[in-house]
Structures are given as structure tokens and as C-alpha cells.
Design a protein around this ligand. Structure first.
Ligand code: FA5
Length: 347
């Protein structure tokens, strides 16, 4: 055999053995070991390059070319193998890490109603059972409905009882109570009898404190018909208090003044925290105020389209926020609207 033949046989063997070994490689670690062994500095093919100087001058370019080809073949095979291993690894991951639809799902946290909504719904249910209809009237009101039609003409000093947010549009304001809805319901239904409640948001330009907010909710109660009496107002409020606060709840009316009712009263219920004995919640009085009430003033009936000689009515306005504070013994009205989930979770 000539030198050339010997060298060529050697190179062919390097290639055959390298490729055969590569076939056995089945992990990325083994692949790296194969690379070091077959293409690294002390690999057989590199040894051919380093021993090139010992060959005849004519033989060197031929052998150099052949050795290069072997190296390139091995390198290409290495790359092919690497890709195959990566593909296999991916397929394995896809097969083993399949989405297991039989696993129990993550529990969904159940939402709940805001305490004010819960109390409002309770009030709506109670009056609904008594045959009342729910009526919604605008939160942005006119000066007429909020004051004038409620017997408080422009410049009447009684308007000062309500600290009012006025808008930049003349005669338009944010309603300070739900009472303007009284005249809206009357105008829609006169001369039919009315038995309605009007819940909703009201706004007052007030100093915010533990008991007072600038935005709060009220429910207006309105009954209009022939021969509606104060006794019926008292009886209705008693019945409401029993259904709302319990069979043994006591009620009391205290003389008061509102320009749109005559006579007028404040409604109190016996303190359900202490049972009437006196405690910090009722300021030691044994009673809790829940709102104002009275017989609809003749002027208001007229604005509503009812003849006060024939028709009469009673009205009441309760604060939902303050009733809720009392019911759950919450110490600060500001909790209701600052969206602290720790507070809301308790209801
Ligand atoms: C009125 O608003 C009358 N419209 C009630 C009325 C209706 C009387 C029908 C006669 C006939 P008053 O301003 O007192 O009245 O408010 C009624 C209730 O709203 C109060 O008892 C209180 O519970 C609640 N309230 C008033 N101001 C605030 C406030 N700043 N924050 C929270 N609740 C308030």
C-alpha cells in the first residue's frame, strides 16, 4: 500500500468510527463528549492535521483536502444529531407535560353584594310585600324639583338645611335627598292613588366624618290617596320596623320640621344593640334615628297635580348608610365607599 492509500484508509476509518459512535449518542451530555472526542484538539482527525508535516510535499494538499472533508462530514453529522435530540426532547416534553383536564380546577372566589345593596334589597323586599312599587328618579335634579316643588321657593331660608352641590348649569344641581322624586311620581300618576318607594344616591356638600358622607343613599316612601291618615303613616313605619329589625322592635315619632310635610316627625327605632337600655351606639338614649317623615304638605300635593281638598298622603325618607352602620355596628361610614376588600369580605 502506498503512503497515500494508508492515510486514506486511516481517514476513512476515523469517519466510519466517528459516525458509528454518533449513532449511539442519545443525550446532550453524550453529544458533547462525542464532540470533544471526535472533533476536539486531540481527536484523530485533528491528529491527521498535525502530522501533515511528516508527509511528502505532493501528498500534503490531497490529504489536507481529504481530512477537511472528513471533519466537515463529522461536523455536519454532529449538527444533525443535535437537532434530532432537541426535537426528541421537545416531543418528550409535549407527551409528558400534557394538559391534564382531569385535575380539579382552581376555585373561583365568589363575589357578594355590598352591605348597602344588601340592606337596600331587604328594604325593597319589605315594602314590596306591602304592595309598594319601586320608582327611580334622577340623581341630577332641577332646583324646582329639589326645592321649589317641595315648598321651598327661591331664597327660602329652609333651603339652607341642605348643603347643596350646584352645577355650572343654572337651575341644575345634585339632589340632596330623594324627596324630589315625590313630585315626579305624583305628576306621572295623578290622580291615581300612589304607593311607592324611591331608593337612590343623594349628595350633600358636607364635612366628611365618621357619620356623614358627601354621597349616601336614601329611600323615600310615598303614599297618596283619599283619606290617607297620620295613623297609617305610624302603622306602616311600625310594620316596616318589625319586619326590618325584628318582631320586638319599638318605634317612636318625635315632632320635627320639614317644609314639605305637615305635621312632620323624626322616626326612631329602639336601639337593637342595647335593647333600649342605653349604649354608645344610641348615645345612651335607647333610640336610633332612621329618618324624617310626615303628611305630604298641601302645596306639594298641588305641585304634584292632586287636589289637597280631596287627597292626602304621607312621606318618609330614610338614610340607608346610617341604618346599615347601626345594623352591623360599623364605626365609620367611610368604610362603605373606600373599596377595602378586607372590610367588604365581612358581609
Ligand atoms: C331628609 O333628607 C328629608 N328629605 C327626609 C324626609 C322625607 C322628611 C320625606 C319628610 C318626608 P334629612 O336631611 O334628615 O331629611 O336626612 C334623612 C336621613 O338621611 C338622615 O336621617 C340620615 O340617615 C341620612 N343622612 C343625612 N345626611 C347624611 C350624610 N351626610 N351622610 C349619611 N347619611 C345622611
Amino acid at each position: 500500500m502506498t503512503d497515500k492509500e494508508t492515510e486514506m484508509t486511516k481517514l476513512a476509518a476515523i469517519q466510519t468510527q466517528g459516525l458509528a459512535a454518533l449513532d449511539e449518542v442519545s443525550s446532550t451530555e453524550a453529544l458533547e463528549a462525542w464532540r470533544v472526542e471526535n472533533l476536539g484538539r486531540s481527536s484523530p482527525v485533528m491528529a491527521v492535521f498535525s502530522s501533515m508535516g511528516k508527509l511528502d510535499k505532493e501528498l500534503r494538499p490531497v490529504m489536507g483536502k481529504a481530512a477537511n472533508e472528513v471533519r466537515q462530514t463529522l461536523e455536519a453529522a454532529l449538527e444533525g444529531r443535535r437537532q434530532k435530540l432537541e426535537e426528541e426532547a421537545l416531543q418528550k416534553t409535549l407527551a409528558t407535560e400534557k394538559l391534564d383536564v382531569t385535575l380539579p380546577g382552581r376555585p373561583m372566589e365568589r363575589g357578594r353584594l355590598h352591605p348597602l345593596t344588601q340592606v337596600l334589597r331587604r328594604i325593597i323586599r319589605i315594602f314590596g310585600d306591602m304592595g309598594y312599587q319601586v320608582y327611580y328618579s334622577p340623581e341630577v335634579e332641577t332646583d324646582d324639583y329639589n326645592f321649589t316643588f317641595l315648598n321651598m321657593p327661591p331664597y327660602h331660608p329652609a333651603r339652607d338645611m341642605w348643603d347643596t352641590f350646584y352645577t355650572t348649569t343654572e337651575g341644575v344641581l345634585l339632589r340632596t335627598h330623594t324627596s324630589p322624586g315625590q313630585v315626579r311620581v305624583m305628576r306621572e300618576h295623578a290622580p291615581e292613588p300612589i304607593r311607592a318607594i324611591l331608593p337612590g344616591t343623594t349628595m350633600r356638600y358636607e364635612q366628611i366624618s365618621a357619620r356623614s358622607e358627601i354621597e349616601f343613599a336614601q329611600v323615600e316612601v310615598l303614599v297618596v290617596g283619599e283619606k290617607v291618615t297620620f295613623a297609617e303613616l305610624k302603622g306602616t313605619l311600625d310594620d316596616f320596623a318589625h319586619r326590618m329589625f325584628g318582631e320586638h322592635a319599638r318605634t317612636r315619632l318625635r315632632p320635627s320640621h320639614f317644609p314639605f310635610t305637615e305635621p312632620s316627625a323624626e322616626m326612631d327605632v329602639g336601639c337593637f344593640v342595647c335593647g333600649g337600655e342605653g349604649c354608645p351606639v344610641c348615645k345612651e338614649t335607647g333610640w336610633l334615628e332612621i329618618g324624617g317623615c310626615g303628611m305630604v304638605h298641601p302645596v306639594v300635593l298641588e305641585y304634584g297635580g292632586y287636589d289637597p281638598e280631596i287627597y292626602s298622603g304621607f312621606a318618609a325618607g330614610m338614610g340607608i348608610d346610617r341604618s346599615t352602620l347601626m345594623r352591623y355596628r360599623i364605626d365609620d361610614i367611610r368604610h362603605f365607599r373606600n373599596n377595602d376588600i378586607r372590610f367588604l369580605r365581612q358581609f
